[in-house]
Design a protein around this ligand. Sequence first.
Ligand code: FES
Ligand SMILES: [Fe+2]
Length: 358
Amino acid sequence: MGTFIRNAWYVAAWSKEVGRQYLTRRILGEPVLMYRKEDGSPVALLDRCPHKLAPLSLGELKGDIVECGYHGLQFDCSGTCVRVPGQPQIPPAAQVKSFPLVERYNAVWIWMGEEALANPDDIVEVERYRMPGWDLIDGQYLHFKSNYLNITDNLVDPAHTTYVHKNTIGNAAGENVTVKVEQGEQHVLAYRWIENAEPIPLAKKMGDFKGLTDRWQYYYLLMPSISYVDFGTVDAGVERNEENKNRGLRSFSYNFLTPETENTTHYFWLHVRNYQTGKPDIDADVTKLMTLTFEEDMAILAAVQQAQEETGVREYVRLGIDNAPARIRKMVDKRIAAEQLAAESNVPITRAELQVAG
Ligand code: FES
Ligand SMILES: [Fe+2]
């Protein structure tokens, strides 16, 4: 079990990464092997032969059949052993775990928990996805040398943008603006408006603001580790409603965190925006800027992770800005505890228990 929520959909890969060559990726600490069947549908198996534990990815894909590279055991897409060279009987334990997959938003989503609970309707909905007037950048990936909860801390923490991102998405105007927090069944929201402020570097570059601006940062964290940020700028003083926000410079930034190990995380991201649309060179600019922004987080979080490993301590001081991160950790802990209890008592976890909030 360990310290991950298993009964949830995680992005395992972008669709473009999964093909007829094996793709291997560690997910929630487990080695996963992915490929596409001849009919194009994706498959995920535990990358571990049940015989001598050789990684199956060292062997060959024969049609849709996975052949171990050590003694040639063959498995079908469900992980059932279909051939043992040199003996007619197939031992019942010769079975590889397979994982449910769903393809959505150009991504392959994996379910590492109880198979019976895997419901594709639970996959998060992406705002304005492929809607007219909104441009999409997707297929982006970064590897964070950080525990995923340090990243979720960061993603509901608008206060850090002033310091970590002063060259990209923050400026000094945000320094003393308090962050408000709201909590729902399955999410935590940290948000603030920064009023009468100089436009941030991004807004100066992409927008056409003549004077001061109001800007908003709404940081949502959905269980277990999906972040989306509704982020935008309007002229100072305009009424705060959806219509005006959509007329301003607005974007939705999605970060799908998939724990790799206790200390490392896969960071898949996509971005939807309403400004400078239909311009591939602007897409490239925004991709570069977002990558730069996330790399700023990557650097500080890797350093934080290292210091935490050295000291065995996560934080010595708790501040007001830690309210939202603390709520997420509480929700996550509760879900993990429910899953562990179910595993120990051998009573399968129910869908209702999956909805437990903090
Ligand atoms: S280790 Fe895979 S067949 Fe022996
Ligand atoms: Fe950040």
